[in-house]
Design a protein around this ligand. Sequence first.
Ligand code: ZN
Length: 471
Amino acid sequence: MKNKIIILAIVLFLIILSFLIIDENEIVFECAENIQYQFEYQSDFIEPDIKAFCQKKTFRFIRIELEIEKSGEVDTSVLGKYSIVYKAKKDDQENEIALEFSVVDTTAPIITLVETEDYFTEYGSEYIEQGYSCFDNYDGEITDKVIREVKDDKVIYTVTDSNGNTATKEREIKYIDTTPPTISFDAPFTAIEVGGDYYVGFSAYDIKDGDLTKNVIITGEVDVMKVGIYTLSYVVSDNSGNVTSVERNVYVYKKQADVEHLNPTGKIVYLTFDDGPSRHTSRLLDILDKYNVKVTFFVIGKNNAYFDYVGKAYRKGHSIGNHTYSHNYSKIYSSVSAFYTDLNYNGELIFQQTGQYTKLIRFPGGTSNTVSKKYCKGIMSALANSVISNGYKYYDWNVSSGDGGNGNTNSVYNNVIKGIKKYNVSIVLQHDSKGYSVDAVERIILWGLSNGYTFLPLDLSSPTCAHRPNN
Ligand code: ZN
């Protein structure tokens, strides 16, 4: 029995031995599970964890580790695909595996914004870019590729690098509102006939808060029963604390009585208008009607499409004076007779309009003009005497509105008011050929009526104002 066991063990051993002898060798590779196959541009390449073994095909645990020979490499500074071959040898046996790697750029560019503390944009104004830059790991500086979009209160910066990686950055625009609201009136001033209804149309608007009309606080009072100039104050503030304050004149006036019923006790103003009629005369006549104020027009006939207004003005009770037909200094001041030829021609045109030969004259440039020296020495002195002996009366002025040049309505108003304050009798020079001068008339009348002045048209009995001839 003991012998049998020994024999059986020997047989078994022989069988195993013979198996081992016929069991072949093979070369195998073992790769770690977590091998990194994709590398970011310019990152460090991580060698894969690979081992090679020579082992028995059946009895695999019988094995030895082999050295690995590697061919090929990965350059992470160049984008692309790479292949590395791993080889192992044992005696006359060898095996290899190839691994595929890639170097890619998936990194988005970086946008850097210049951000200044306390940088504010005025509400309603365009945001002024504070600056930005953009750098990409692959392309380098690509600031000029940044696309900038302003949307509501944000600036959105977007950029895409040459490998299709996009970056976005947002900037919030910080607004500040230092713009005060505006108060506007329906008309430049308000005139109310005594006892009439008092209404001032106005509105207030703010660039941020919109319509603020309801928030306007009005101080001051108007007594519509009493002639005078009243000042109202309009104040409004916006939600950002910006305040606007506007002063507003309200004129309470009494229409002037008809000339024949006037018994002036105060100061007298003769408003006179030269060089018309013009496209502004119709408007002027309406203003004068509103206050029943009569004035004097020194008209010229030359090429005058509006000459019908001479008749219209006359029938409304205004005085018409002769300002020569041509107003051409070189012609009218070349000789006394040339002056009369021109004057008389205009006189006929006026007669056709009014049925009257006017005896009121205003010399173009005034009696004191020096321009006439160029054409005839001593002509103004001669004419001043001559027209009087021919039954005319000439009128210069003591208050100039200064509307001759490129003035404006406010300066005309101020010049006239300043002038008429100085005199008991004022003859005011304006031109109804100038629209901005006509625009000052209503306020001049309102100021005068509120301050006890009487407006009259010139006639032969009026005091005159004669400049001394300078030629
Ligand atoms: Zn003139």
